[in-house]
Each structure stands twice: as structure tokens, then as C-alpha cells.
Design a protein around this ligand. Sequence first.
Ligand code: HEM
Length: 576
Amino acid sequence: MFRCYNGITISQLTVPMDATWASVILTVVLLLTWLTTKLRDRLSHWQKRGVPFVPLNWRIIIDSLLSRKYMNDWWMEVYKKLEGHPFGGYYNYVTPMLMVRDPEILRTVLVKGFSNFHDNDFHMDVSLDPLAGRNPFFLKGERWRTVRSQITPAFTSGKIKPMFYLMTEVCQEMKTYLEKVSPQGPVEVKEMSNKYTSDVVASCAYGIKGDAFTNPDAKFLKAGKNLFKASGWGTAKMIILIFFPKLASFLRLRFISKEVEQFFRSVLRDVLSLREKSGIVRNDFLQLLIQIKAKGQLPPTQQDKLANENIKKLPTGENTNYGDEDILAHATTFFLDGYETSAATLSFILLELALNTHIQETLRAEIDAVLDEDQGELSYDAINRMKYLGMVVSETLRLHPPGLSLARVCTKACEIGESPGPVLKVEQGTVVTIPINSLHMDPQYFPDPERFDPERFSEENVQQKLRFVYLPFGEGPRQCLGMIQFVISGARILMSCHIIYWYFTDSARKYINSVHDPPLANALVVLSSTAEDGEIEVRISVGLQVRFGPNEGSGCYSRLKFRDHIKQEDQVSHRY
Ligand code: HEM
């Protein structure tokens, strides 16, 4: 018999060891039993309520966790399986969710019954993440209402129009960049669009020169890449933040890293102090935020009054002061909400035009005609008269909406649906999925949905019939704030410049069938130049060859002028 140093024999020791193991095993068994019961209970949520539902498909969930598939594939599957039902249950990972398919019920959730569904299903702790935590998208209830009504007046056409010239300035830089880099080899269109949106946000929201086209180490562009980088941990963090908010709070996960926050803080501190010292009043979004701080609010236009009508249904918001932290957060909102979404949209427009040259030609004819009327001058009014261009942008957002679905929380129990159809008592806390991409791909609303066809958005077609089935910017009081002025006008400006300066053709069509493959999500269109004939080629990373040539022959190219409206104070002098 072995003896331990304190005189206890090994056999004496094994008795308590066995007991320990037994209790460990018992705990594990109890824990597993508890977890299984809990899981079974969760996964029978919809069955117990007698709601048509789609059981969890573990394969898709595992594939999405491993980044082999999108959650969107799962939403598409659920949407299809619920065909014939106005709504139905399903599970996002293990959370019971309600998917609404019927446009009338979507109207109830997004507009008519907004006061019962006013929050998005995201949780952002402002003390942990002060910038994302102040973004209207993440705000809830009264706090959201206050902030939304404070900043909505900064997004109206009257306020944004002067920024048109800041955007055309970036277009000119992009043209110079393309002329320089395209002869050296392929250029990725997504990368190029990221440079463009990064410079536009830097100029409009922070009042600085982003220099993304000239400086490979441009700090603004780096901040954007850092924010949206698709690394293994980055993806896992996003999944936890979006689908497991309680775990995200417990792990103290932030949407904006400390490093990126620090960068934005130092940029804004310097710009604000420069403006204060020099008395600079620049026509940009930042100046509007400074005005909100100084005056408490921006004088509303008629359009603002209408927008505010929509949100009156919520209880009056708390009266908060608007300080420097809010200015910083709302300039960052521009970056957070607009940088990646807009860059993806611009890349997809370019891709679709390269694949559909007849559409590109129709567009070129329209732009030519409008410029003809205006003696070659590209102005804010001119781009708004380019109706076909608007249709191209709308169709791109249908086929490639950056936001694939929305998730609203039921904040007060209520009924949805109307008899004789099914009626459901929605419990408080239920999360409602609005399947944007599935609606956009439903042949009932968009025949031959895979086809890129701007005619779907012609005046006679669009009217009321697309309401609540075409939702790239959401709907109702929470609809995207940057939609009309920044996204639609911004895309029109950039695309008219692209069309004027270049023309692009393709030679293969297989990309269209694989547009929704995860590796292709970023529309890796690359531009390159062939040395011999001076033509520029667009190449898509999956082997799709597209030719991209200078458009010097077209009338609009030779006549193009930009009205010299950039006032001295609007010239961005400081760089980062
Ligand atoms: C192609 C580009 C963009 C797309 C597709 C897009 C789409 C969306 C969508 C789907 C929502 C949710 C709407 C809802 O809940 O009903 C949203 C919200 C929002 N967007 Fe955009 N967005 C884009 C660009 C921008 C830009 C450039 C800005 C700012 C300049 C912006 C600012 C916002 C804000 C502040 C919200 C939150 C609104 C609220 O909850 O009150 N977005 N956007």
C-alpha cells in the first residue's frame, strides 16, 4: 500500500475522488437534461401556439456559423416553405421568430401598428459602445423618437443639396485614379467603391479630405475596413451581437472597436476646434449637427413636418441636450450606416450595367439627352431628371439589397391579420422578421426575379403596387434616413460620371446565376487595362471578363462641365 506524505493511503483517497466524479457526472447529466428540455420547449414554441411553422434546419445553421452559407439562405427557405400563409413561425438559431409574408400585415407592423412594433431587435449598450449606442438604428422607444426627430431635418433635400458638389469633387478624384491605375492591372470595383464612399463620408460628415484614391494608407478607409472586416472573429462577433444580444452584453462586445472609436474622436476634436477657431462654416452634414447643438434643433422644412407626423404616435421623447458626443455619434452613424451599404450598391450597379450593355446604352442616351438640355452641365437638378438612372438604381437595390431582412420586436401585445384570414395574437417580446430579399425575389411580385430589369420601376409600373414588397430601405417611421438624399442622389451622381467617362461590356453571364454565393457577396468586379489597344477591361474575380473602355466618342463626355459651386469655405483643406 502506498502512503501519501500526510499518511493517507491511496485507497482512502479514491473514495472521495469517486464521489467527486459521480457528482461531476450527475451535474453534467442534470445540466444536459435541463438544456435538452429547455431546447425542446423552445423548439416547440410555434407548435404549441398552433401557428404554421418551419422546424429548425440544423444543417443551414451550422453552415452559416462556418460562413459557408448566409442566414439569408435560411430565410429564403422559410419564406418558400410558408407559401400560402400570411405569416408563420421559424427559428433563428434557437430563437422562435415570426416571419410576415403578407404585404397588408407588413403594413401593420411597419406603419399602421408601428406603436406596437417600434424597436429593432438589436441591443447596444451606450455605456459600452458610446457611438454605436447613439445610432438611431439601435435606439429604442422614447430615446429613438427624440434622436430621430432631432436629426431628421438634417437629411432633407434642401440641406443636402449643397453637398452635391462635395460628391462630384470625389468623382473627379476617382476618374483620375482610374486613369492612373487601370493601365497597371486589375482594379476591384468593390474596393474602388469603398474608396469613393469613404471619401464622401470623410468630406460630408467629418469635413476632411479622405484621400482614399491617392493615399494607400488613408486612415479613413482603414477605419472602414477595420469596422467591416470579415475575419473569423469579426463574423463570429457579428453573429453574437445580432443573434445572441444577451451573450454579447455579458461578453461586453462592441460594434465599434476602441481603436476605431479613438480615431473618430481625434478627427472630430481637431475639426471642431479648427472650425471654432477659424469661424469656418462649411456646407456639410457636420455643420448641420453643430447647428443642432447650438440651436437645439434645425428649422424643419415641410418634408420634415411630414416625417415627424409619422413618429408622433410614440410617447413624447425625453428632452435631452445635444452635445459633442452626439455630434460625434451621428457623424459616425453616417459612416456606420452608409459606408458599406452604399459601396456594395455602387459595385452592383456597375456589375449589372457591365452585364447588360443594352441597359447601359439606354442609360447613356438618357444622360446624353439631359446634359444636352443643360449645355453639358452636371447639376443636382440634372441628375434628378434622369428617370431611367433612378430605375437602374432601384432595380439594383431589388436584386442586391444590402439589408436582407429586418427584425422588429413586438413591444405591446396585439393582433395581426384580419378574418376571414388567420388572426394571430402576437405576444410582447416576439421578434418579427421582415424578409426583404425573399420578397424581392418572389415571382408573384417580380416576375422572372433573377432578371435585371429596370422597367419594373417605370412610373406606370411602380405606383402603389410595390409598396410593402419592395423594401430596400425599410418603411414607415424608421425608414432609412440616408435613403433619398445620400444613397439615391449619391448613386446617380457617381453613375452618371461613370457612364460619361467609361463604357463597359461583358463576355460571360455565369455570374448572374451565382450572384448569391457567399464568396461573391462583395461583387469582386475588377478593372484592368490591355496595353495593346488602350481599352480597359473589367474582370470579375470568378473569371467573368468584361471590357471597360474610355467613352471619349460619346457626346456627353466632350461637353461635361461641373458648375463651379464649391465655395472657398467648402474646399477641404485639412487631411488625415
Ligand atoms: C444603399 C445604401 C443603404 C441602404 C440599402 C440602407 C438601408 C437601410 C435599412 C433597410 C434601414 C432599416 C429601416 C427600417 O428599420 O425600416 C436603414 C436604417 C437607417 N439608415 Fe440606411 N441604408 C443605406 C444607406 C444609408 C446612409 C448613407 C445613411 C446615412 C447617411 C443611412 C442612415 C440610416 C439610419 C440613421 C437608419 C436608422 C433609422 C431609424 O431606425 O430611425 N443609411 N437603412
